[in-house]
Write a protein that binds this ligand. Structure first.
Ligand SMILES: C[S@@+](CC[C@H](N)C(=O)[O-])C[C@H]1O[C@@H](n2cnc3c(N)ncnc32)[C@H](O)[C@@H]1O
Length: 133
């Protein structure tokens, strides 16, 4: 089993050769989306939709808002601190991520509330209309 590979989600060269892609089982993204601009959410789904075969998972871990609400006071304070540091950073709303993900053929299969007000979001890549034939 090959080891983990670092992928720059924002890079258009975010690609892997076909032999690695064939072996790719899952893509995991830990604590990235709140310390990067929204465009990284866009690139993450855009690039992983090219890399993952249907039914494989993109797993995202970190703090999120739900339905525009923070899940704890500490997350709200953390979010404010991040936005003061870099206005384009901040806790993302799971609804916004799910909506964008569906435009890239990812559906939210499961979400787990994790310790310290974090979440684990399990997305699965759907078949394109051609792949469904
Ligand atoms: C808050 S740290 C999280 C590090 C580690 N995953 C953890 O949970 O402890 C954010 C990480 O995102 C990485 N990062 C920032 N922009 C990135 C990008 N465009 N593509 C991939 N990783 C990125 C940074 O290098 C940094 O290691």
């Amino acid at each position: 089993m090959p080891g983990p590979i670092y992928l720059d989600v924002d890079s258009d060269r975010c690609n892997l050769n076909s032999s690695i892609r064939k072996e790719l089982a899952v893509i995991v993204c830990i604590n990235l989306l709140h310390v990067s601009p929204w465009r990284s959410v866009v690139s993450l789904f855009k690039n992983t939709s090219k890399l993952l075969r249907p039914n494989l998972n993109l797993i995202i871990y970190g703090p999120f808002k739900i339905h525009c609400n923070h899940t704890s006071k500490s997350n709200m304070i953390f979010d404010r601190k991040l936005r003061n540091e870099r206005p384009e950073w901040g806790l993302r709303d799971i609804d916004d991520i799910v909506t964008f993900a569906s435009s890239k053929l990812f559906i939210l299969e499961n979400s787990y509330h994790m310790p310290s007000n974090n979440f684990l979001l399990v997305f699965s890549k759907q078949k394109t209309s051609i792949e469904q034939i």
